[in-house]
Structure formats: structure tokens, C-alpha cells
Design a protein around this ligand. Structure first.
Ligand code: PLP
Length: 389
């Protein structure tokens, strides 16, 4: 086995799945609030488009590496109508849109496109594990940016030492944020762009939760800011907004040079997204907002239900205005792993310990709202029993 594999910590969710399976095998009724995997089905028009497209023999052959022209146009059209950002949907090297086999794939391969051994990559802590893991795979060094509650879980970019910034190739940011549920406004994004311009760093914004906002909140795109595409790329995923985690489709857009470099890694790795999935994704991107609003209403209800139940149990759960996660402090005197482990073993409630996302996740656990209301209520009841002892 290669050292890069031997050295990598076990993939958080794979490891937690094993623990959960062991408890389920004991006959415990486990309520899964761990992974952020929407429980509701994909919208019917998207499934129907796939059915039709799957019968078309043109889709049985290799797709275009960069995504079909129609998919790239639909992604560009979405960026225009949602954010007012006009992108060139042409193929590389000039194009600013590239189809991905899910955002995760693109985020991982972006590192391979940009990072040489010894380079630094700035990664949020806590954060989505893919950024730092692939940095290590490439022989790079993740430099962790603490996301602290007292700063609204936004990193302090001024605290990055000059000699670190000089060696950095990518700054990964993700707002609305997994796991903290925090959001960032355009003032923050302007500062992040400035930082990247000053140090010649690519800003990679993982905007996987762009469409998951509540109470009127609508997350921005960093590409809305003037000149952003000179230093930034943004990742979009159909997984969370359209309940399509199993489909594996997303896109990267923005800086043409970075998009083209990512395309080179992909040409030499995969052979693109199944054509029928792209056709279905075009339908999803063009869906009436009503489809989204209906789903958001479900999550909003679950959020409110869970937050109030947790607060009654003495856990000071914040009520996030975006994402499908609650990032909650563990009870006084407990660790993230200790409390999450006890919740699973003693109560059959499966949550993720904050430390699974990095050292600064200590003291927190994450609840995913991707579970039916009645099960969430039952989970809240059990958490209350355990927390109140
Ligand atoms: C879910 C998630 C993704 C993955 O999206 P896919 O398109 O399903 O690969 C990327 N980034 C973050 C922060 C996520 O939570």
C-alpha cells in the first residue's frame, strides 16, 4: 500500500458507518443523523428526463469530457439567473464551466491541478475533509484555518503568516458552511478575494449549499464580485438542492485557466458524466423555484422542531439560516467523540463528532436534518434523556 494511503486518516463517514453497523447489528433502533444525505426523492421531472435520456443510444457512448455543450449552457444560464453572473460556457481552454462527477470529485482533482509537493493549501478547520486529504495526497501541506464561534465561523485571513501565504496555491472556503451552518456575506468574500490577489492564490469556493437557505436568506456567489473570476473558481453541486446525491453531478465555474487545468486532470482520469444524467441535470437546473421552496420548507420545519427540542434538553443549539446541519455544543465537561459515542451506544442516535472535521470541531457535534420529522422528534427525546442524565 502506498504511504499516502497508509497515512491518511480513515474517511470519517466510512469509519462512522462501521460503528453504526455494529450497533444496528446488536438490534438497536438507530436514528441516523450523521451524513448529510437528503432522504426525500429527486424531483419527478428529473427522474422522468433520465428515463427518456437513458433510452437514447447517443447517451450509451462516451460523453464529452467537459460536459455537453447543452449542460454547460444550462449551468451558465443558472449562474446568470440565480446570481447575475455571466460565464462563457465554451469548451476549454476559454470556457468557464466544466461538468463534474459531483462537486467532491472536482474539489479533489482541483488540488491535483494546482498543487506541487511542498506547496501549501489553506483549508478550513473544521471543514469538509476532501480539501486537506487531497493536499496530502499531492505532497502538499494543508495549513488549517480555525473556524471559531466568536468569529461567526469565518477564518481570520490576516492571521495567516506571510511566509505561509507566499507558499499557498489554493484557499478553500465553503459558505453556507458544512459543518457549522455559518454563512458569509459579500464583504467577507471581497476580503478573501483581496487576500488571494495579494498572494497569487486561487480562491476555491465550495458552494454546495448555495440553495439551502431559510427565512428569506439567499447565499451569494463569490463570482458576483467584480474581477472575482481572475482569482476564483466556484463549485456547485446538484446533490443537496435537488436530492441527487446518488446521481453524481455538479460543475466548476469561474477562472478559465483553473477550469482548464482541472479539465486536464479529468481528461486523464475519468471520461465525464453519463450523458443521460447530464440531460436530467439540465432539467433540474431549470426547475421552477417552487420545487426548491417545497424542500426548504421541510428542512425549515425540521430545523425548528429539532432546535427547540435540543434547547429544552439544555443544549444551546443555534438555529442556522442555511445548510441542512445543526452544529451544537456538547454538554459541559464532555468531548465531541465521548458524547457522540455515548449517544450512539446508549441512545441509538447517530450524530457526527465535531472532531471528525478537524481539531477545532472539538466541543461540537453535528446533526443532519435529512431524516423524517417523527424520527427527528424521537432523536431529540433520546438526546434530551441522555443530556439531562
Ligand atoms: C455534500 C458536499 C459536497 C459534495 O457534493 P457532491 O456533488 O455530492 O460531490 C461538497 N462539499 C460540501 C461541503 C458538501 O457538504
Amino acid at each position: 500500500m502506498a504511504r499516502r494511503i497508509a497515512d491518511v486518516p480513515p474517511y470519517l463517514f466510512a469509519e462512522l458507518d462501521r460503528r453504526k453497523a455494529a450497533v444496528v447489528a446488536r438490534g438497536v433502533d438507530v436514528i441516523p443523523l450523521g451524513i448529510g444525505d437528503p432522504d426525500l426523492p429527486t424531483p419527478a421531472p428529473v427522474v422522468e428526463a433520465l428515463e427518456v435520456a437513458a433510452r437514447d443510444p447517443a447517451n450509451h457512448r462516451y460523453p464529452d469530457y467537459e460536459g455537453s455543450a447543452a449542460f454547460r449552457r444550462a449551468a451558465a444560464q443558472y449562474m446568470t439567473s440565480r446570481f447575475g453572473v455571466d460565464l462563457n460556457p465554451a469548451a476549454p481552454p476559454d470556457g468557464e464551466v466544466l461538468a463534474l462527477i459531483g462537486a467532491k470529485e472536482g474539489l479533489a482533482h482541483l488540488v491535483w491541478a494546482m498543487v506541487d509537493p511542498g506547496d501549501v493549501v489553506l483549508c478550513p478547520d473544521p471543514g469538509y475533509p476532501v480539501y486537506a486529504t487531497h493536499t496530502r495526497f499531492c505532497g502538499g501541506e494543508p495549513y488549517l484555518l480555525p473556524l471559531l464561534p466568536e468569529r461567526g465561523f469565518l477564518p481570520d485571513l490576516d492571521a495567516v503568516p506571510e511566509q505561509v501565504a507566499r507558499r499557498a496555491k489554493i484557499l478553500f472556503l465553503n459558505y453556507p458552511n458544512n459543518p457549522t451552518g455559518a454563512t458569509a456575506d459579500l464583504v467577507f468574500w471581497e476580503r478573501a478575494l483581496d487576500f488571494c490577489r495579494r498572494h497569487d492564490i486561487l480562491l476555491a469556493h465550495d458552494n454546495a449549499y448555495a440553495e439551502i437557505g431559510y427565512d428569506g436568506y439567499r447565499a451569494p456567489s463569490v463570482l458576483q464580485l467584480p474581477g472575482a473570476r481572475d482569482v476564483a473558481v466556484e463549485f456547485h453541486s446538484l446533490s443537496k438542492p435537488f436530492n441527487m446525491t446518488g446521481w453524481r453531478v455538479g460543475f466548476c465555474c469561474g477562472n478559465a485557466r483553473a477550469v482548464a487545468a482541472l479539465g486536464v486532470v479529468k481528461n486523464n482520469t475519468d471520461s465525464g458524466v453519463f450523458g443521460a444524467v447530464q440531460q436530467a441535470a439540465i432539467v433540474a437546473l431549470g426547475l421552477d423555484r417552487r420545487h426548491l421552496e417545497e424542500r426548504l420548507e421541510v428542512y425549515r420545519r425540521r430545523r425548528d422542531l429539532m432546535v427547540s427540542a435540543l434547547r429544552s434538553a439544555g443544549i444551546s443549539a443555534p438555529s442556522p439560516r442555511a445548510t441542512i446541519y445543526l452544529w451544537c455544543p456538547v454538554p459541559e465537561g464532555e468531548t465531541a467523540a465521548g458524547f457522540s459515542g455515548r449517544l450512539l451506544e446508549e441512545s441509538g442516535v447517530f450524530v457526527t463528532p465535531g472532531t471528525g472535521y478537524g481539531r477545532h470541531g472539538e466541543g461540537f457535534f453535528r446533526i443532519s436534518l435529512t431524516c423524517a420529522d417523527a424520527r427527528l422528534e424521537e432523536a431529540a427525546r433520546r438526546i434530551g434523556l441522555l443530556a439531562l442524565g
